[in-house]
Write a protein that binds this ligand. Structure first.
Ligand code: 1PR
Length: 569
């Protein structure tokens, strides 16, 4: 069979290619308009932003051939933008869609929930008697800010296309479509673990004739009127558990997963009473395993997402750091949940003077298989620049803005490394008065008692403090276009004392985008605590997972026992 994959040239489509390869399906990339004629099945993993996708397709002369291919009745499977492009238009863009489904794509409402809708949710069959492809109770991975609202009164023709619907907050949207030769999912089966791989495999293993229809069959109107689904009172989006690997070269030049205590990743220098063995290892970079092996292990253990942070990237350009790119590539071939890559996502200049914009750096990671990039230091500097500008807005050139424009804001995470600055609550009269947290007199952390503090942003892995608070940063990066915030805490990192609930609550209440709590997890109960007390969408840990003290399954069991929705199995 002639299975082709459409890459419009600016989306992170490697993940879908990896899933096909792992399932044993070979494919050819569409590289010119003529290729559509050779394709007997077509998958369009349109990850990214609607505007960029449609513009790229049009500029490469692929938009009209794509439309003709779909109308010809040959099998088509679109993922995310690959599904959205079937619709009339998108409020994300001034470009028109293919107009095959007569309904617009609209922005999700963020007044009652975080947007993007990011994480694992269910896809409920619109016709339960037709469970051919989607498993009714399975969780699939969603990441999008725009959707086709399920509204049979307003858009009766579009409702006829609804194969599954998904509830998020008070909104019910079409999460997959199916009609004649066309199948499309808003969620990402290639990032949905075993359930997603099963769905892709089932579609591909069916004879092509079963997905083929007569030309124009998709335009036919169904005779029956669609069922009117009533939104559920509660959505089924799960809380996400993220395993994070801080990666750097050790003193022998090998890339290892390391873990700091408050960002110090070297073994403690031994005292004079230490053994000779300890003395020889003192000061070495702490080595907790190999990045690809650990990533595979956490995927199999049920992690909902993985994060690889190149923690010394500020020293050189990531594009010259080929071993790190190779790590990402190999990990992405084995891991079928979202993979975030961070470290050094910024404009860089090689020693020979060659400039690489942040967009190019991110593009290299996306092509290697990353699903999201995480921006640290550069985000702090971009917000400082924005706040100092006359108009108090971004100028379109920052890493956040350029990457979000090309790949969609859901592909841009900002990782913030705040540190507490303790002040005397009675005398402090500085600019962060409104953000002060007051320590409880009975706090377990002695330095908190009777004190107050604000959270200061740092760059270069905590080495330099900047004149910016975490609240300013959170609000600033949301305005610039970040899709998610990863909130570390230098004070809690590696301590096992639990997440800094004051910090996480403060950030969560400052933004509408999803927030990932990080730093300080020491027990499974700490995860329950952070979800219950702050409402964050995800929580991340490193040390306890690397040292095998608490497993991902233990965390999920604890959450499930406490009636916090998680993806089990
Ligand atoms: O500034 O864009 O180049 O990005 C650098 C990235 O590397 C940032 O995301 C920054 O947080 C990270 N980083 C830099 N130096 C260190 C270090 O440890 N010396 N690691 C570092 C940050 C924080 C988390 C950690 C959690 C959970 N590590 O990654 O995994 O704190 O730890 P725990 O569960 O063991 O407490 P740029």
């Amino acid at each position: 069979m002639g299975l082709y994959l459409l890459d419009y040239g600016a989306g992170n489509v490697q993940s879908l290619a990896n899933s096909l390869t792992s399932l044993g399906h070979s494919f050819t990339w569409i590289s010119s308009p003529d290729d559509f004629q050779h394709a007997t099945s077509l998958v369009f993993p349109g990850v990214g932003a609607f505007e960029t996708a449609v513009q790229h397709l049009a500029s490469r002369g692929l938009l009209q051939p794509l439309r003709e291919y779909i109308l010809s009745g040959k099998p088509y499977f679109g993922v995310c933008i690959g599904m959205q492009v079937l619709f009339q238009s998108s409020s994300e863009s001034s470009s028109e869609g293919l107009g095959i489904i007569p309904c617009p794509i609209e922005r999700l409402d963020d007044t009652d929930k975080a947007v993007p809708h990011m994480g694992w949710n269910t896809a409920d069959l619109a016709c339960p008697e037709d469970p051919e492809q989607v498993a009714d109770s399975a969780y699939y991975y969603f990441v999008h800010s725009y959707c086709a609202k399920y509204d049979p009164h307003k858009y009766p023709d579009a409702a006829q296309w609804a194969y599954t619907t998904t509830q998020y907050g008070q909104e019910l949207f079409i999460s997959s479509v199916r009609k004649a030769n066309v199948f499309g999912t808003q969620f990402h089966p290639e990032k949905s673990g075993a359930a997603g791989l099963r769905l892709i495999d089932a579609w591909l293993r069916k004879p092509e004739s079963a997905h083929t229809s007569s030309p124009g069959a998709i335009s036919a109107h169904a005779s029956s009127s669609p069922r009117v689904l009533i939104p559920k009172s509660e959505h089924r989006l799960t809380k996400r558990i993220v395993a994070c690997m801080d990666v750097r070269a050790n003193d022998d030049g090998d890339l290892v997963v390391t873990k700091g205590d408050q960002y110090d990743v070297r073994e403690k220098t031994p005292t004079s009473t230490a053994s000779t063995v300890a003395a020889t290892t003192g000061g070495a970079v702490r080595n907790l395993g190999k990045p690809v092996a650990l990533a595979s292990q956490y995927y199999l253990a049920g992690a909902d997402e993985l994060c690889l942070l190149n923690i010394t990237s500020f020293r050189h350009s990531p594009l010259r750091d080929q071993p790190m790119i190779a790590v990402v590539r190999t990990a992405a071939e084995r891991v079928f949940v979202p993979l975030t890559i961070g470290g050094g996502i910024k404009d860089t200049v090689d020693p020979d003077g060659t400039k690489h914009p942040a967009l190019e750096v991110a593009g290299a990671y996306f092509r290697a298989g990353a699903d999201k990039v995480s921006i640290g230091s550069e985000a702090v500097l971009a917000v400082e620049k924005m706040l100092a500008s006359e108009k108090n807005e971004g100028d379109g050139t920052s890493a956040i803005e350029t990457i979000a424009y090309a790949y969609g804001r859901q592909a841009v995470v900002v990782s913030v490394d705040p540190r507490r600055v303790y002040v005397d609550p009675e005398t402090y009269d500085g600019p962060y008065k409104g953000e002060l947290i007051r320590g409880r007199p009975d706090s377990k952390v002695i330095e908190e008692r009777g004190k107050a503090w604000w959270y200061q942003c740092t760059v270069s892995g905590g080495r330099e403090s900047r004149p910016l608070s975490v609240v300013q940063l959170a609000k600033g990066v949301e305005r610039l276009g970040a899709g998610e915030l990863l909130v570390n805490s230098i004070d809690r990192d590696g301590t096992g004392l639990g997440f800094d609930l004051d910090l996480i609550r403060l950030v969560k209440s400052s933004v509408r985008i999803p927030v990932v709590a990080s730093s300080g997890a020491g027990t499974a109960e700490h995860f329950c605590q952070v979800f219950k007390e702050t409402g964050v969408e995800a929580a991340l840990a490193a040390g306890i997972f690397h040292r095998g003290e608490v497993g991902i399954k233990d965390v999920k069991k604890c959450l499930n026992d406490n009636e916090i929705r998680v993806r089990l199995g």
